[in-house]
Design a binder for this molecule. Structure first.
Ligand code: UDP
Length: 161
């Protein structure tokens, strides 16, 4: 954030992306990863897990009172998820655009949800919705040692954009 004030892109910004159980079931993991790689973001953490109710209730703590919440928990625990941390300039905002509207019927073609789903209860992917949200979710899903700092050969290009 300090970097963006001086006009230098903050290439260390991070966000949490998860392929939800329907995305894993439908073998969409590779295509979703490909979109983030292709856009130029850097993968710094990746794992597959069966999510616990406890983790999910923390992840979706703001939705606890919503009518769809029980079904959301059921959906999200119906099979394994693949969760990732992606890094790069404005990656939080860019990911939300790449993922598309929460309701796939309103998601643009070209977005993950717009291309691969048609119902809000099976919308394939999660992306953090703000910088604060991303920080909170990354801490919740990953241990520090599971996130790798590594140098891209093309980072110099990214910095000079
Ligand atoms: N959701 C749902 N029904 C709704 C709204 C949301 O099943 O009417 C689910 C959907 O899987 C969504 C998740 O709850 O992705 C979290 O909702 P949020 O509003 O945070 O949307 P997101 O940030 O995922 O776009």
């Amino acid at each position: 954030a300090a970097g963006s004030k001086s006009g230098v892109p903050d290439v260390r910004e991070r966000t949490l992306i998860a392929v939800k159980p329907d995305g894993v079931q439908r073998r969409l993991v590779g295509q979703i990863i490909q979109r983030f790689e292709q856009r130029g973001f850097k993968l710094v953490g990746l794992k597959m897990l069966q999510v616990s109710d406890d983790l999910l209730s923390q992840h979706y703590c703001e939705l606890r009172t919503k009518p769809f919440y029980p079904r959301l928990l059921e959906y999200m625990t119906s099979g394994p998820v693949v969760v990732m941390v992606w890094e790069g300039h404005k990656v939080v905002q860019a990911s939300r655009t790449m993922v598309g509207h929460t309701n796939p019927l309103e998601a643009q073609a070209g977005t993950v949800r717009g291309d691969f789903s048609f119902h809000v209860s099976r919308n394939v992917v999660h992306a953090s919705d703000s910088l604060e949200g991303a920080q909170r979710e990354i801490q919740l899903w990953f241990q520090k040692k599971e996130l790798l700092n590594w140098d891209c050969f093309d980072q110099i290009l990214t910095c000079e954009v």
